[in-house]
Design a protein around this ligand. Structure first.
Ligand code: TYD
Length: 217
């Protein structure tokens, strides 16, 4: 089973993924947690270029192709082998991040991006995508707080440093994507406290498993 997690910065994806990995494990699944960018060795090198606020000269297209290179390698090296071995893959960001950030955020054509995503992944789509949705100001405040706690005040990342408008376009972009594919997406109200957010995510996964007749142990 392949589940992706999407949302603006500070939505609480990592907390949710950590909790759900434990929950799935207790229920007979073998979860693998991974992320983009940076889920494989190549991706970790690309991540440092992509997220470093000092990378100023990167054009939108160059940025796009670095995310896609990360994804192509990540699918080939990590995600497909894990799925073939019967693991449940929990992926922090995937193809929808490209549509929301490079498409709705940066203004690149989303149909063109769909085709590139298809090429990079060989058509591998998550069967469930949890969109952790919350107001932009609330997400950025949480992300700022996290950066402060991690001592990253001085070097906030390229995307954290984008304007409110940019993040607003990304958020609305995600909502459009979720409306276009309601069977794949579950929208989670991420403005709630973390313990409530993880429970919403858990019910979305449980109901997905029930629909497929798989159940938990
Ligand atoms: P990260 O620190 O992983 O952010 P978060 O903790 O919010 O997930 O940074 C990843 C950043 O890269 C995030 O701002 C979104 C951006 N991104 C894209 O713009 N396009 C993509 O295809 C992906 C995977 C990420």
């Amino acid at each position: 089973m392949f589940i992706s997690f999407e949302g603006i910065e500070g939505a609480g994806k990592s907390t949710a993924i950590n909790y759900l990995a434990g929950f799935l494990q207790e229920n007979g699944h073998d979860p693998l947690c991974t992320r983009e960018p940076g889920g494989c060795a190549l991706g970790r090198s690309l991540r440092s270029i992509l997220l470093d606020a000092r990378t100023r000269e990167l054009s939108s297209r160059a940025e796009l192709f670095l995310f896609l290179a990360d994804r192509a390698q990540h699918v080939a090296e990590i995600i497909r082998p894990a799925l073939e071995a019967g693991q449940t893959v929990l992926c922090d960001r995937y193809t929808d991040s490209t549509l929301a950030y490079q498409g709705h955020g940066r203004g690149l054509d989303t149909e063109y991006l769909q085709r590139l995503n298809q090429a990079a992944t060989g058509g591998l789509q998550p069967e469930l995508t949890l969109l952790l949705d919350l107001p932009v100001r609330c997400g950025l405040m949480r992300a700022g707080e996290r950066n402060r706690l991690e001592g990253l005040v001085v070097s906030e990342g390229r995307f954290d440093a984008e304007s409110l408008d940019f993040h607003e376009r990304v958020r609305q972009g995600y909502r459009v994507l979720a409306e276009e594919e309601p069977e794949r997406f579950a929208i989670i109200d991420a403005s709630q406290p973390p313990e409530d957010v993880v429970l919403q995510c858990r019910s979305a996964i449980e109901s997905h498993l029930r629909q497929r007749g798989w159940g938990l142990e």
